[in-house]
Ligand binder design. Structure first.
Ligand SMILES: Nc1ncnc2c1ncn2[C@@H]1O[C@H](COP(=O)(O)OP(=O)(O)O)[C@@H](O)[C@H]1O
Ligand SMILES: [Mg+2]
Length: 401
């Protein structure tokens, strides 16, 4: 299955072509197959490279460009033509559509509009659902009480996902006041979420990537603001746009939520593909899970995306049993992470992920298997098989639905 849309672009204007290119180059769903500066050569370029999309910037010579669009419709009917112009004159749009253009975008092209157009083309090309190219996965990691292990899981899950070279992964610290994901990764970032949120409308993809800090593991980090007074500068709407932009750039986004369940956290929950709700096997935690699930049920489609992850299994003899926990929550437990104080505290104090600190530890393996299971690829099946074979506390079984 192809994951990307292959695109060729023609624009005789170097400046606008470069601007479009830099926007497209940062997008994982796009492979820039060819670029061309002359309308008269473009039909041949398309004929030879067979891209999914032909982007035609028509401003230099509208008549010539629209003739080209019509020609492409004849010579390469499989190629979806996307027209870009600084004019939004209704007549021009009509002419472009009649010539066979599938989409029309106005300059300067806004990232959201481009994404929406690409989404429609992708849907027409691959159909909805299964056969669609793989989109980005947004994994929100939420907790049922302070100190339950949300950040430990978010950071190490991000690192585990980034270990697969097919993935590009970003971790966003949404615990805006007290978040500590940067400490777990021992990084001193140049930019934070507040910089990205405030400039989201002006950012192109390469600038966005440069605003994130790349950890040695391959994981990109967008940390919480440095100053407490900057927290209020980030609105729920900003965050929605930041997540949208990151989704177009990365295959996986991991969001480390705060325990405030603020409008920021709610946006993250709404946009998530999976919500990992971290709990431990004690009464205050489980009671909060029940309360949270009740509220989640009020939000459309959210409860179905929640996966309960029990952390620190085996911590103490008096722990509530998994069976009892499952009964209390009224929902299956999706994953169990073993208690491993030594590895966890060493990883945290050294500012290195578990994969580096304790690669063989059961907790590290369990998080890697969780990453594979969430990715839902062949590795997920392998993890499932491995999980089913394993026994004992050292390799805890996932609970499959
Ligand atoms: N599975 C685990 N085994 C042992 N200690 C853990 C485990 N998960 C988390 N911890 C420890 O619990 C503490 C709180 O974890 P953290 O991830 O910061 O929680 P949160 O982000 O929910 O506040 C940290 O000291 C961490 O090392
Ligand atoms: Mg935390």
């Amino acid at each position: 299955m192809s994951n990307v849309l292959r695109l060729a672009i023609v624009d005789p204007n170097d400046a606008t072509r470069d601007a479009l290119k830099s926007m497209l180059l940062g997008m994982d769903m796009i492979w820039l197959e060819a670029e061309c500066s002359r309308y008269e050569f473009f039909a041949d370029v398309i004929g030879q490279t067979n891209p999914d999309i032909g982007l035609v910037a028509i401003d230099r010579d509208q008549a010539k460009a629209l003739e080209l669009v019509a020609r492409l419709g004849q010579s390469s009917p499989e190629c979806a033509v996307l027209v870009v112009s600084s004019s939004n004159d209704g007549n021009l749009i009509l002419q472009a559509m009649r010539a066979g253009a599938k989409e029309f975008l106005t300059q300067p092209v806004r990232i959201e509009d481009l994404l929406a157009a690409l989404g429609r083309i992708s849907e027409r090309r691959f159909g909805k659902g299964e056969k669609r190219p793989r989109g980005s996965q947004v994994i929100a990691v939420a907790g049922s009480i302070g100190g339950v292990g949300t950040t430990s899981l978010a950071v190490n899950l991000g690192v585990a996902l980034a270990a697969d070279e097919k993935n590009s992964v970003a971790l966003v610290d949404l615990d805006l006041s007290l978040g500590d994901a940067d400490v777990y990764l021992d990084t001193i970032p140049d930019y934070t979420l507040v910089d990205v949120a405030q400039n989201v409308t002006r950012l192109d993809f390469s600038l966005l990537k440069r605003s994130l800090t790349k950890h040695g593991s391959g994981l990109f980090l967008l940390p919480r603001p440095v100053q407490l007074e900057d927290v209020s500068l980030i609105t729920a709407e900003d965050l929605q746009r930041v997540i949208g932009l990151l989704k177009a750039t990365f295959t996986h986004l991991v969001l480390d939520l705060s325990k405030a369940y603020s409008p920021i956290d709610i946006v993250a929950l709404e946009m998530a593909t999976h919500v990992l709700l971290v709990t431990q096997l004690d009464l205050p935690c489980l009671r909060n899970v029940v309360r949270l699930m009740m509220s989640f049920k009020e939000m459309k489609g959210l409860a179905d995306r929640v996966k309960v992850v029990v952390n620190r299994v085996g911590l103490e003899a008096g722990q509530i049993t998994l069976k009892k926990a499952q009964e209390t929550i009224g929902k299956d437990i999706f994953w169990q992470l073993p208690n491993d104080y030594r590895s966890m505290i060493a990883a945290r104090n050294n500012g290195v992920p578990l994969l580096e600190q304790a690669p063989k530890a059961a907790i590290t393996q369990s998080i890697a298997e969780l990453a594979a299971a969430l990715s839902g690829d062949e590795q997920g099946d392998e993890a499932e098989a491995a999980g089913k074979k394993a026994s004992g506390l050292s390799r805890l079984l996932p609970f499959w639905k």
